[in-house]
Design a protein. Sequence first.
Length: 149
Amino acid sequence: MEDSLEDDVRRTVEGMGYEFVGMELVRRSSLLRVYVDVAGGVTLKDCELVSKALSRMLDERYEDLFADRYYLEVSSPGLDRPLFRREDYERFLGREVRVKRRGPAGRQQVLSGVLRSVDDEGVLLETEGGPLRVLWRDLIRANLAGGTS
């Protein structure tokens, strides 16, 4: 169901002329967070327009997804833009990123470094300690690091 939800959200957002950056569904709090972008930057009015369109679509097609009610957040990706797809990583090669990954013994680690390469296996970061490979299967979350270059 989440794949079809993401497809419907993407179609709605892109049909309005915005870039669909990604989304996060937090079931325990019935929260759907959607990130959108547009050339020149996203305004509050843009977020309102997208939110209204998404609300209509969600109410029509996904009334059973949430137990009672849901919360919808529509925002720009911001300076700490989340990276969702391989294309996002490729787009921001050379930029500083923060990555959360599963490390040894299942413990989570947060790493910072410059994104140097992307391939089918994962990403390569240049960290203060040297190059570090992060495999896709271990990657939990990644964001640009506050707009630094």
